[in-house]
Design a binder for this molecule. Structure first.
Ligand code: GLA
Length: 467
């Protein structure tokens, strides 16, 4: 696939509302573009991507749209129609970030990614001017921020007349989004770019690969927002980055144990690198080895340093480093390496099993795997919260076959596998039991579709050209 995928719109067709607004604002009758990038829901495979293990999301029918015209110079000017204001910067000077948490950083991140890779030459780069709006609930674990990065990235490519391979584009945007603060893996950008209607995507990493997996007939995935905001820029950011560091340290310990035990020295910096083909050991053997070397977890860096024979300074410099140039500060109780290891390796197996279960249409197995995943996210990865527990419990009571948190966790949404025939009673029950009885909120009927909704698996990002 090529990014951006540009679709010429029939000049007689009614333009999208955002394009009409753009034309009024910029007094422009021709040559407008509309970049559309969907959010995603992850069925299973949570926090596996940055560990080099697969994930299984699909792109949803909610998106970020940017209507734009290419600039004559290197100015990027974007106004949010959702009341987040105007952001304007010069491509050549746009590398220093706005304040932490500012939405403009996602736009800068996209631009920066292509410049740093030399895909677009900074000296000749053109910016774009436009307006944006979104239908993806924000801070809800549905990747509204990555959708913005993807839409802005495609707008920047189109403004410069550059096309590239979608897999390469996804890799660049995943790396550059880290500029905005979290050490994310590559799931969100890849699925937003390459989603496919009616299909889930099994995504493998290092190198990035995708496989389409059919979804279940007569069943739907319903998203329920816990209404606990899981902002990637607030405390959830540190909690997320902590887990990335913990997994790196778990891999470091495992590598040292492997050398000590077998003399086998492998090039492994992520947990996903310890596959049986590389190590010559089964996962069960590795788990035993991990149990021994991670004994006493949570572990302070000084103990880890001792066990692996590297200095504390070197560990901090190499394994605790974040993309913004700072180093993660060790939590008081140390790093929880063992539980993170257990989650990641068992979750990786659940992804493979879910792909098989979906392929053979085994609804019960898919539901059971989702429930196991949620338990591991809670007990081993520590990314659930009271509200997510209440919400998954109520969903199962209300007839969901599987229910789990989706995305980074710490709040946000759950994804629920529901038989289509009970969809309306499921929605009605969750509305009463979770929102009204548990949270004590009456959902505004206008807003209900942003909080509790079935999702259709949709196509990935594209650009419409209006001449
Ligand atoms: C966020 C990140 C992803 C992934 C998920 C957890 O959405 O952006 O890369 O790590 O969390 O699965």
């Amino acid at each position: 696939m090529i990014a951006p995928l540009i679709i010429d719109v029939d000049p007689h067709a009614e333009p999208d509302g955002l394009v009409r607004l753009l034309r009024r604002r910029y007094d422009n009758d021709s040559n407008a573009f509309l970049a559309v990038a969907p959010g995603r829901v992850n069925i299973i495979g949570e926090h596996t991507d940055y560990n080099g293990f697969p994930v299984l999301p699909f792109a949803i029918d909610r998106e970020i749209k940017i209507a734009f015209v290419p600039s004559d110079d290197d100015t990027v000017e974007l106004t949010s129609m959702d009341d987040y204001g105007l952001r304007m910067f010069q491509v050549r000077e746009g590398r220093s970030p706005y304040a932490q948490g500012d939405w403009g950083n996602y736009v800068k991140a996209a631009v920066r990614g292509f410049l740093e890779k030399g895909i677009i030459d900074a000296r000749r780069a053109r910016g774009f001017r436009g307006i944006c709006a979104g239908s993806i609930p924000v801070s809800a674990g549905l990747s509204s921020s990555s959708a913005l990065v993807v839409a802005a990235g495609l707008a920047f490519l189109a403004a410069n007349g550059v096309e590239m391979d979608s897999l390469d584009c996804a890799g660049i945007l995943a790396r550059s989004e880290r500029f905005a603060g979290i050490e994310g893996g590559g799931m969100d950008q890849a699925v937003s770019l390459m989603g496919k209607q009616d299909m889930a995507l099994k995504i493998d990493f290092f190198p990035l690969r995708i496989q389409h997996v059919p979804l279940l007939e007569k069943h739907v995935f319903v998203v329920c927002n816990s209404l606990v905001r899981a902002s990637k820029t607030a405390s959830a950011r540190m909690s997320y980055n902590r887990r990335v560091v913990e997994c790196r340290l778990a891999a470091l310990l495992l590598r040292a144990a492997l050398v000590g035990r077998t003399g086998v020295r492998i090039d492994a910096s992520r947990l996903g690198d310890f596959n049986p083909e590389k190590t010559g050991l089964s996962w069960e053997d590795l788990e035993r080895m991990a149990d021994e070397v991670m004994y006493g977890s949570p572990l302070p860096v000084s103990v880890i340093a001792n066990r692996v024979g590297i200095s504390v300074e070197d560990i901090v410099e190499e394994y605790c480093a974040l993309s913004d140039g700072t180093a993660f500060v060790q939590p008081g109780e140390g790093y929880e390496v063992w539980k993170r290891f257990v989650h990641v390796v068992t979750e990786a197996r659940r992804v493979e099993e879910t792909v098989n279960a979906l392929t053979r249409g085994d609804v019960t197995a898919v539901g059971a795997l989702m429930n196991l995943s949620h338990e591991s996210c809670r007990d081993n990865y520590g990314i659930s919260c009271d509200e997510l527990e209440a919400l998954t419990g109520i969903a199962l009571e209300s007839g969901a076959i599987g229910s789990r948190l989706t995305g980074a966790g710490f709040g946000g949404c759950t994804v629920n596998l529901v038989e289509s025939s009970i969809l309306s009673s499921f929605i009605g029950d969750v509305k009463t039991k979770y929102y009204e009885d548990y949270l004590g909120v009456i959902l505004d009927p206008e807003r209900r579709d942003d909080v509790l909704f079935p999702c259709r698996a949709s196509d990935g990002a594209r650009i419409y050209r209006y001449r």
